[in-house]
Design a binder for this molecule. Sequence first.
Ligand code: PHE
Length: 346
Amino acid sequence: MTAVLEEMRRGALLELEKAETLAAVECWRLSYLGKKGAVAQALARIPGLPPADRRSFGAAVNDIKRALEAALEERRKTLQEVEVARSVESGRIDVTLPGRRPLMGGLHPVTKMVREICAAFASMGFQVVEGPEVEWDYYNFEALNIPKDHPARDMWDTFWMDYKNEQGDRPMLLRTHTSPMQIRVMEKTRPPVRVVVPGRCYRYEATDATHESMLYQIEGLAVDEGITLADLKGTLYEFAKKLFGKERRVRFRCDYFPFVEPGAEMAIDCFACQGKGCRLCSDTGWIEILGAGMVHPDVLRRVGYDPDVFTGFAFGLGAERVTMLRYDIEDIRHFYANDLRFLRQF
Ligand code: PHE
């Protein structure tokens, strides 16, 4: 009888050694130590034994039971350690892998340039202000000496909307330039005035390499006693040197804008062909970057400034053009095509 029990014990321990996973160990436990397992079956045979054998048989089975339970605990512990080690190994963090860069946005090249230009003028004592993109006809045109039916309106065709109220129809538009802010600023303040106004402008325009229907301008205005054309030239020349370096050549020529007298345009020698003439500069060797002039006496009078006491200069600068000059960009349409391959370069 004890030989049979001894055989069961040996066989059980051998099988347990072969159980390689916790699941296999659990199967083993059920077949030996479970309710219907081998140990339980052996105990169930006790009542059928001759009374003299019962005690020693029962004791022997219980011995085996304890031995198997102890072996089970041991095996479980070992396998648990192995499994933990294995999962740590497979899930290990490789600190030598390059990190994943967080996706970072950046400022648009034109925004950067607008900020840089404003900073350049701020360093010369100009204040930065902003104004509405949807503007009254009065500020965009009338107050700037461009009455209805004035041919100069053709220079700035735009998108119109009608605004009706008690006073009747008041024509409203997407501003074609930042110049209306000259009027708004002067209406609210007394000289000395020194402001730059960055902002979006809109034009009804056939787009090409140097023209877009939406563009950024930076307006400048300085009004005080005794300001002359020399101040205008000096300020803008200083600005051009700050932004493009001393070697860049600058050209001033007479130009016409109804709200200045005299009027001028400033151009910079073409970066693409170094002034030889190419598609970008329409074979002229120069790229016009701003319009400027001495504020017209009628404009000053309209906002209540006495033109015999105060004089001033104003300028309007195309931000995209300047950005193109700075970064050798050959087509203005790149800015607003939303192509990240282009935008990520800045
Ligand atoms: N507003 C003019 C334009 O858009 C530029 C300009 C501004 C000219 C100020 C003279 C003075 O073309």
